[in-house]
Design a protein around this ligand. Structure first.
Ligand code: ZN
Length: 247
């Protein structure tokens, strides 16, 4: 059994979800993202309801238990975003995500901090996006913010970590998400990283959904890691994500 710790199930068809399930991916976190800049903060309420009520049911029917993460992605900050943060504060969730910085603008920093404050107060695990451009620099800025807020390590996964940012993230005390996808890490890269740095802190994901991606990438990487590490691989391919989500 494999756990894909970061997908956007809304972007995947039912047959694709069934293929993932047949490849052994039986659990996944599906993350909030809105592909156009929302004009109203209320848009998020229905988006979160869709994830919690409809996507969980649809994925279950396809053979995957999905756990929704809700939040404001830095690329889709709505006007009056405080409304969304209050809604997040007033309800119960499995996790927040994806949240984080894209360009590290002042607004993005403010939105990230306000979501982290709510997460800390309510003890909610957070999946933190890091961008493609200026990966290392923006990852460092993100780590600074987490430190400034004394954000608990066990509640954080720094996601889309690659060879540019691995070293700085390893120094901090957070979970590490490895995204296996064309243009990000190859299955061999993920296997090599785990080989070198051990199985304790890593989890695998595909980020499959809205753009061209290999939605069975986690299963491919998982088989490689299992080939090298045997049952120890179970942490990276399944158990760490489960522990992080506390399910
Ligand atoms: Zn994503």
């Amino acid at each position: 059994m494999y756990f894909d710790s970061h997908i956007h199930s809304e972007g995947l068809g039912f047959s694709e979800l069934k293929t993932m399930s047949s490849a052994g991916i039986k659990k996944a976190i599906t993350l909030a993202f809105y592909p156009v800049k929302p004009l109203y903060p209320q848009t998020f309420v229905d988006m979160f309801r869709k994830l919690m009520e409809f996507e969980t049911k649809r994925c279950k029917e396809a053979g995957i238990d999905v756990y929704p993460a809700v939040g404001i992605h830095p690329r889709c900050i709505p006007p009056k975003y405080e409304f969304v943060v209050n809604y997040m504060d007033e309800n119960d969730w499995f996790a927040f995500g994806e949240i984080g910085l894209e360009t590290a603008s002042r607004e993005e920093v403010e939105v990230l901090k306000s979501q982290l404050r709510v997460a800390k107060q309510n003890d909610v695990p957070c999946i933190i996006h890091t961008p493609r451009s200026n990966k290392r620099e923006i990852t460092m800025k993100t780590l600074e913010i987490l430190k400034e807020l004394s954000f608990p390590g066990e509640l954080t996964v720094i996601d889309h970590v690659n060879f540019d940012s691995l070293e700085v993230v390893l120094k901090a005390d957070y979970w590490i998400g490895l995204t296996v996808q064309p243009g990000k890490l190859k299955p061999e890269d993920a296997a090599r990283i785990v080989d070198t740095h051990g199985t304790e802190r890593f989890m695998l994901n595909s980020d499959a959904g809205f753009s061209d991606s290999d939605y069975t990438a986690v299963a491919k990487a998982a088989r490689l890691i299992e080939g090298r590490l045997g049952s120890e691989a179970d942490k990276v391919v399944y158990r760490n994500a489960k522990k992080f989500l506390r399910i």
